[in-house]
Design a protein around this ligand. Structure first.
Ligand code: ZN
Length: 278
């Protein structure tokens, strides 16, 4: 049992704060999702309406509220703003709240929170960008790998050891092992199917997951992601023409399924792994 620095009477307030915090992070993720695949900087230049170039004021940028108040339209040109902005903020808020609730109610160490929060950022960016652009940018997978390694070095207890250097080695080993195996899959897949079956973005995403969560999690994510991809993907191929991206053959991004499996792991992973999330 861990001693939490907040009293139980104030718990509803904490849940509220965590939800709002998640929605704000979701708002930042919307910026990343728009700018990173377009090669734009995520820190400089204020946001503009992509259609009329109208600068978005701070009061038009309040998570959830602004999209509803503007009824999903730009205040200047009245062109529709995709509901994705609202959904990303809402889903990030809900996931942050849910992971916070899970950690608190299972009396788990609070250090799990930043790890889970960061991984939720990674999964949402990966899912949406891969769905819209068929890529998983290096700009999100490389920082996630570095985060995983640093996190292991600073909080070795996450890797079931008390030694900082040992945990870093575990994380490094897990990352390189996964990269090696996934690279073999990717190259073999390309030889067998005569087309890219497993993209390098997927390989790097899996490497990041291995560095952050360890080999058991990576195996789980790959397995569940593949099964979900095969089941949902073949369903989509049967009923939709939307996923043909003009390559002559229909392709489905793998990233959203890997992301889904990662989120699932964050909630039920400790049932499968003795090492991480103990
Ligand atoms: Zn506009």
């Amino acid at each position: 049992m861990y001693d939490y620095p907040f009293s139980s009477e104030l718990m509803p307030l904490w849940y509220f704060f965590v939800f709002i915090f998640g929605c704000c992070i979701g708002s930042f993720l919307n910026v990343c999702i728009w700018r990173i695949p377009r090669g734009e900087s995520i820190v400089t230049a204020p946001s503009h309406c992509p259609k009329c170039n109208h600068e978005i004021h701070w009061y038009e940028n309040i998570p959830l509220v602004s999209w509803l108040a503007l009824r999903g339209r730009c205040s200047e040109c009245k062109n529709p703003i995709t509901i994705r902005y609202f959904l990303v903020e809402l889903i990030t808020g809900i996931l942050y709240l849910a992971i916070f609730y899970k950690v608190i109610s299972n009396a788990q160490p609070l250090i799990l929170l930043p790890v889970c929060f960061a991984l939720i950022m990674l999964t949402i960016c990966t899912a949406v960008i891969d769905f819209e652009h068929m890529i998983i940018p290096d700009k999100i997978t490389y920082p996630a790998m570095v985060f995983g390694l640093i996190n292991a070095a600073f909080f070795p207890e996450l890797w079931g050891t008390s030694k900082h250097f040992t945990a870093l080695l575990f994380s490094l080993g897990s990352m390189f092992g996964c990269t090696l195996i996934m690279s073999i899959f990717s190259i073999a897949g390309e030889k067998i199917f005569k087309q890219e079956a497993l993209g390098w973005g997927d390989v790097k995403y899996m490497a990041a997951i291995s560095a952050c969560l360890g080999p058991t999690a990576a195996f789980f994510v790959l397995l569940i992601g593949s099964v979900a991809g095969a089941v949902i993907g073949s369903g989509l191929l049967l009923f939709s023409k939307r996923i043909d991206h003009g390559h002559g053959h229909a392709t489905i991004p793998f990233g959203p399924f890997l992301a889904l499996a990662t989120v699932l792991w964050l909630f039920i992973g400790e049932r499968f792994s003795g090492m991480f999330f103990r």
